[in-house]
Design a protein around this ligand. Structure first.
Ligand code: PGA
Length: 249
């Protein structure tokens, strides 16, 4: 009953022209993919090209980050209403690269999630443990803290409008995919947090995507886990054939 979401995070790849070329090849390959939602998150400057190319199709477009304020003297930043006005439906919030490289905090994550929801966007809130945290057995504690501080401030109504992405940070861009069992364990830990904070229905309804080296050859095993409600794909989403075969798992 939870419809899968297959999402692409293009990171800092693809110009507007390259985006148009991608869509020309990609769209015919996913024309029959009614089994899932398809989301593509290009860099800001390629969002317009993506929105144009996806118009009239089921493919949804998202941004990769945002500022929590509507507008203001924040040089270099983009707000949720601007992202919505550009034709996006989603925005990634708290991706591990934002946390590790650009100082994103759990407090900032929850501020951004609320601002995204206020603007009519679906925030895809990313959580996940780093390698040393996994090795020292802290995975569940890390996920619990990220949930409590980054997601827990949302109301129940707001919680019903988000997506969560669990990304084992050690598996991002490394080729080290979490096993389907490791991923499902983490998803269960997150769903347990949702149950404790928001109750049975909310926990049963929340869609949790897995991210970290998802490829055409491992997506099936991951999606066979009932706990896994989709994928957030970096590297393997840049090629239209590769991402289409992930979408059509
Ligand atoms: P990857 O990236 O698929 O290249 O590991 C996933 C992500 O960072 O969202």
């Amino acid at each position: 009953m939870r419809k899968p979401v297959m999402a692409a995070n293009w990171k800092m790849y693809k110009t507007a022209a390259e985006t148009a070329v991608f869509f020309e090849k990609f769209l015919p390959l996913v024309a029959g993919s009614g089994h899932c939602e398809v989301l593509i998150c290009p860099p800001y400057l390629s969002v317009g090209a993506a929105v144009d190319a996806a118009r009239g199709t089921r493919v949804q477009i998202g941004a990769q980050n945002m500022h929590s304020k509507k507008e203001g003297a924040f040089t270099g930043e983009i707000s949720a209403p601007m992202i919505r006005a550009a034709g996006c439906t989603h925005v990634l919030v708290g991706h591990s690269e934002r946390r590790q490289l650009f100082g994103a905090t759990d407090q900032g994550v929850s501020d951004k999630a609320v601002a995204a929801l206020d603007a009519g966007l679906t925030p895809v809130i990313c959580v996940g443990e780093r390698v040393e945290q996994r090795q020292s057995g802290e995975t569940d504690a890390v996920l619990a803290a990220q949930f409590r501080k980054g997601i827990g401030p949302l109301s129940e109504e707001q919680f019903g409008r988000i997506l969560i992405a669990y990304e084992s940070v050690w598996a991002i861009g490394t080729g080290l995919v979490a096993t389907p069992e490791q991923a499902a364990d983490a998803h269960r830990a997150i769903r347990a947090q949702a149950l404790a904070r928001y109750g049975t229905d909310a926990a049963a309804g929340i869609r949790i995507l897995y991210g970290g080296s998802v490829k055409p050859d491992n997506v099936k095993g991951l999606m066979a886990q009932p706990e896994i409600d989709g994928a957030l794909v970096g590297g393997a989403s840049l090629d239209p054939f590769s991402f289409a075969s992930i979408v059509n798992f």
